[in-house]
Design a binder for this molecule. Structure first.
Ligand SMILES: Nc1ncnc2c1ncn2[C@@H]1O[C@H](COP(=O)(O)OP(=O)(O)OP(=O)(O)O)[C@@H](O)[C@H]1O
Ligand SMILES: [Mg+2]
Length: 605
């Protein structure tokens, strides 16, 4: 985020702030009245708790001074006060608990929801450089941490603040010197606790970082467990992990030792306050400056303060951790969206399906262009094959058409409309892609195919499955169309996964069809039959088909030969063969490999 460039975010995305505090404030929008209620309840609870020593003082005064009236008469008031304070503490604290239970889960849900909605609008490049698991973890972690931050402020720091203020006020009322002593102690203690917590924070963060590193290493190792087994490297993996576990243990030890030191400070400071107050109050009582009741109350208040203060450093540390988590989540997710719809973007309406690349320059890294001034026109209804060596830019060409990436310069036009000026949803509705490595949702086969058209009925879904030759293998699965396919579709074979992807796209029936090695995982018999169905499904559509097996695209209207990001040959199969250039060499090599008896010829084989 450079300060010059405006922060770009998709219009449909929630307007999440980038500052941590503002972000938390945004997340509690809609719950603020509840939070104020909680603040009031927590105040009541804290005041109830802190006034207990005051009631005890009244009791003591009553006991000490029960001459004249009966003991019961003089103790009735203070006893009732004591009972009332206890009841108030219970009622306030449980009412606050009820509010927390009421809004806590809703607040967390909302935070997770807005973060997910924001995340969805990131471009391909973003998802290429962040792990899916890590992002999912970030969302839940951030949502929890927003809640914890709010609770820490409302239920920890605020009551402590109230308790300290009320106690000091009471003590000042008893005796100014005593009040000032405790007030001074509180100021020094809070300041020092805060300072210690900031000093401890790097250790705590280091510990958290090693924990998440170990986590990542275990996930990586489990994901690659088959590699470890096939290379007989189980022990190697254990030793490998051991080094990271050691680092974690070391970081933990460092962090815990620091906390131990903090506890030394706390215990000593607490003892000093206790002894100091007792000694000072005793001398005051001895010189007749305060009564027995005041003496008891002072000790009671000192103990209360110590009790509250004891965990202050840890609470600061926890608060830093929560805020750190939120900051981390915001930093990871609330980044500018790389590709957004222009304001007032029109929907793309494909009536013909003419595609034009005009002076397109693009590189994944701006100074390493894949395409440098690429120009090509694909006429309406034309069926075009893309061929070329691995890494020559075929998939990149397709990605640019789908606006997964933005060209550094130049324009891509569909039916005369610049795809940068139309809405991405409409663009994606009009173009179907069967990707090189299709992945499926871990949902039923029915849902995976039905994804192509959400209102499709069972008959339509089965019809497109038949067209993609997926029907046969689905029917024999134990749960048929209701079978689940595993994460990304791992429970299917590569060819089966490909056929589900084809069925999904057939159901979608968009006017422009892109096949990136769509049938590469199929055996030649299945491929041939699907190819026929695909050809029929193509109808009058504009089709772009990427293939390494040239026989699958030789019959198309036109072939573009890519070499290092340039289109080096362009024409029909026969013309290209006749030219005896790049395509001819590819063709003869493959023909040599697959059909040793045949002379390279115009026959598509
Ligand atoms: N996400 C990416 N980030 C950075 N570079 C990439 C990315 N995807 C592809 N490339 C690079 O861009 C170049 C073109 O890749 P592309 O995937 O378009 O090739 P291809 O022709 O589809 O190859 P294949 O036949 O192997 O699928 C390659 O040098 C590749 O390394
Ligand atoms: Mg490719």
């Amino acid at each position: 985020m450079s300060p010059k460039a405006p922060f770009q975010r998709a219009a449909d995305a929630p307007p999440l702030p980038t500052g941590t505090v503002k972000f938390i404030w945004y997340c509690v929008a809609g719950f603020r009245a509840w939070l104020v209620l909680m603040l009031i309840l927590e105040t009541g609870q804290a005041a109830g708790g802190i006034l207990v020593p005051y009631a005890i003082k009244a009791l003591m005064d009553g006991v000490a001074d029960s001459s004249g009236s009966t003991v019961w008469e003089s103790l009735k008031g203070p006893l009732l006060l004591l009972a009332g304070l206890n009841i108030a503490e219970i009622v306030f604290s449980r009412a606050s608990g009820a509010v927390l239970v009421t809004i806590g889960p809703r607040m967390r849900k909302r935070t997770a929801k807005v973060l997910f909605a924001y995340l969805q609008h990131h471009a391909q490049r973003y998802f290429g450089s962040h792990f899916a698991g890590a992002l999912a973890h970030r969302i839940t972690e951030t949502a929890i941490s927003v809640n914890f931050t709010v609770w820490a402020m409302l239920c920890d720091f605020w009551p402590i603040f109230i308790a300290f203020t009320v106690s000091i006020a009471l003590l000042l009322n008893v005796h100014q010197g005593l009040g000032l002593l405790v007030a001074g102690w509180v100021c020094v203690y809070v300041g020092f606790s805060y300072w210690l917590a900031t000093r401890c924070q790097p250790y705590a963060q280091g510990y958290a970082a090693t924990r998440s590193l170990v986590n990542g290493k275990i996930v990586d190792s489990v994901t690659n467990i088959l590699n470890a087994k096939l290379f007989a490297r189980l022990q190697f993996e254990q030793d490998y992990l051991d080094a990271f576990l050691d680092a974690e243990a070391q970081a933990a030890r460092r962090s815990f030792w620091y906390m131990e030191r903090v506890r030394w400070f706390q215990f000593i400071a607490a003892a000093a306050l206790k002894i100091g107050t007792v000694y000072y109050a005793l001398t005051l009582w001895h010189s007749g400056l305060i009564g027995v009741g005041d003496f008891t109350m002072s000790i009671g208040l000192a103990l209360l303060i110590i009790n509250d203060a004891r965990n202050l450093s840890r609470r600061f540390l926890e608060l830093f951790e929560y805020i750190g988590n939120v900051a981390n989540g915001v930093e990871t997710i609330v980044k500018p969206h790389e590709i957004v719809d222009v304001p007032g973007a029109l929907p793309l309406k494909v009536s013909q399906g003419r595609i034009e690349f005009r002076h397109v320059r693009f590189g994944y890294e701006p100074n390493e262009p894949v395409f440098d001034d690429l120009n090509v026109v694909i006429e309406p209804g034309q069926r075009v094959g893309l061929v070329g060596f691995s890494g020559s830019g075929k998939s990149t060409f397709v990605s640019l058409m789908l606006r997964n990436y933005q060209p550094q310069s130049g324009r891509i036009l569909i039916d005369g409309m610049d795809i940068q000026q139309v809405s991405q949803d409409s663009l994606h509705e009009q173009i179907s892609l069967i990707p090189q490595d299709p992945s499926l949702f871990h949902r039923s086969l029915k849902e995976n195919i039905g994804y192509g058209r959400l209102d499709a009925d069972a008959a339509a879904i089965e019809a497109s499955a038949r067209m993609a030759h997926a029907d046969d293998f689905i029917k024999v699965m134990p749960e048929g169309y209701d079978s689940l396919v595993g994460e990304r579709g791992v429970k299917l074979s590569g060819g089966q996964r490909q056929r589900i992807a084809i069925a999904r796209v057939m159901l979608k029936d968009a006017p422009i069809l892109i096949l990136d090695e769509a049938t590469s995982s199929l055996d030649s018999v299945t491929e041939k039959t699907i190819q026929e169905n695909l050809d029929r499904a193509m109808g009058r559509k504009t089709v772009i088909a990427v293939a390494h097996r040239l026989s699958t695209i030789a019959h198309l209207d036109r072939i573009l030969v890519f070499d290092q990001g340039r289109i080096v040959e362009d024409g029909e199969h026969d013309q290209l063969l006749a030219r005896q250039g790049f395509y001819y060499r590819l063709w003869t090599m493959q023909a040599g490999g697959f059909l040793p008896e045949q002379e390279p010829s115009g026959d598509s084989g």
